[in-house]
Design a protein around this ligand. Sequence first.
Ligand code: NAD
Length: 541
Amino acid sequence: MDPRTECIEFINPATGEKFGEVRMSTEEEVMRARREMAAAQVTWAAKPLKERARIIKEFQRVIIDATDELTAIVNQDHGKSRGDALHEVIMTVDKIHQYARLSPKWLGRRRVPPGLYFFRRYYTERVPFGVVGIIGPWNYPIDLMLPPIVAALLAGNTVVVKPSEVAAATGVELEKLFQRVPELAPFVRFIHGDGRVGAALVKSKPDLLFLTGSVKTGRIVAKAAAEHMIPFLYELGGKDPMLVLEDADIRAAAHWGVWGAFYTTGQACVSVERVYVHEKVYDAFVAAVLEETAKFTVGYSPDIDNPYRMGPLTFERQCDIVNTHLQDAIAKGARVLMGGQQTGMFIEPTVLADVDHTMQVMREETFGPVLPIMKVSDDTHAIQMANHSEMGLSAYVWSRDLAHAKRVAEQLQVGVVNINDTMSHYPVSLLPFGGVKMSGNARTHGAGEVTQFTHTKSYAVGAPPNPIDPATMVRYPGHYRLGKAILGGFFGVTPQQRVAPLLDYLTNDPKGRQAVTRTAVGLSAASVVGVMAAVMLGRKK
Ligand code: NAD
């Protein structure tokens, strides 16, 4: 990386216009950022959690004040409408608000039952990893960056952030927002650049890495992280299926299925990427989809009153992937029912029929405005096809009978199922979100997003071991029968398991017999005292 020549240009994908640039960070700057964040982490972690939450609320205020600035930058950087960018700001602020409010509860000390060690106290606390490296994607450049940064900070970490080179202008804008909160700015460091800068961040050995990106990058980063044994959390691609069952509301499924496929030009990790429709409703569904797709106007506007439903793709490589998938599908027998044409960075909303799983468009993430529809014979066939994927982020099921939809949903190998809607699970800030299989191992949204940036540290506390504590006694030799009596007494499953070892101890172990004698003496003494007391009480009467 040569700092004199290497810059990332900010290009508006809709107009091709350059609107700025940022210099790529050098490897030395990345290393320095990591070192400085390690030094600063001690100060940040020493602040009480309530204080950290107060500072994060200040950051929340700054974001809300900067809403118009943010939506204008994202509109230019990504091509999505100001309204869709505002939706990102709302989702982001919702999460920050909940995390700042609930972190003291999620991260607080937790008492743990003492087991057999009755005379001691046990508890666990959540401690930060140290410096977290966060590498982000371009498609939701606010909502996929700020919540994990804030979650890591609330947990007591400092953060080195690398935004995507494809949304570099938004990355620079986010950096400025942090600088507007002087109490927070020293604990977050931005580095800018492409995958090489991301690789330098991994090489700088942060204490934890969090990546949102493609499966391809996930594989590369996983290997590099493993080399240094760096814990690695990843949120990767999706190939979300939508299942339209025989008893679905066809009009609603078509309307929201089309929206879920083409919203933000299909460039969401939870976009509807493939549809499986029961053969009995297939024709009606396809007809309704074409009607809905025809309404999806395409264009770009920088105004807040944007009239278009769909914007451009965000960069050239994304157009290439979409076109490759389309050509592959057509070559293998798919029919284009609508769309398919590209003008500049705009690709028409495209509906495909006669697709099957030999085609890339049904197996690999397309991340563009393409809706392939496949006919299936029954629920089992639909479930089989939906699960026939290396990815497992979310899935959509449509049925008028919620119990029927739920039975199908339970069999889908994904992290989230949304019944009778598309995408409305993602904006819910406390509903755990994340995938299975190659879609990822991290969880965002809710307590899990914050706690994954900590590890537990446990404490065992008390006075020196008490000799009358059975758990202490069994540390010494000669207590085998007592140990078995404890094992059976506490954990025995049958009456025989619970009682027999105790009887064996009391009759065959010298200390057990002693205990019986002492108890018997104690009981006789107690009964003598009892009788005397009764006699005395009787006399008083
Ligand atoms: P990408 O994998 O191309 O890039 C992601 C980030 O990794 C970028 O910042 C990039 O510069 C960086 N990077 C690239 N090579 C690297 C390397 N060798 N070492 C370290 N960092 C490197 O992904 P993208 O195109 O920016 O994002 C789109 C992808 O993200 C899609 O697959 C989408 O499904 C996925 N995504 C997933 C979720 C989720 O929550 N699961 C959310 C949004 C997007």
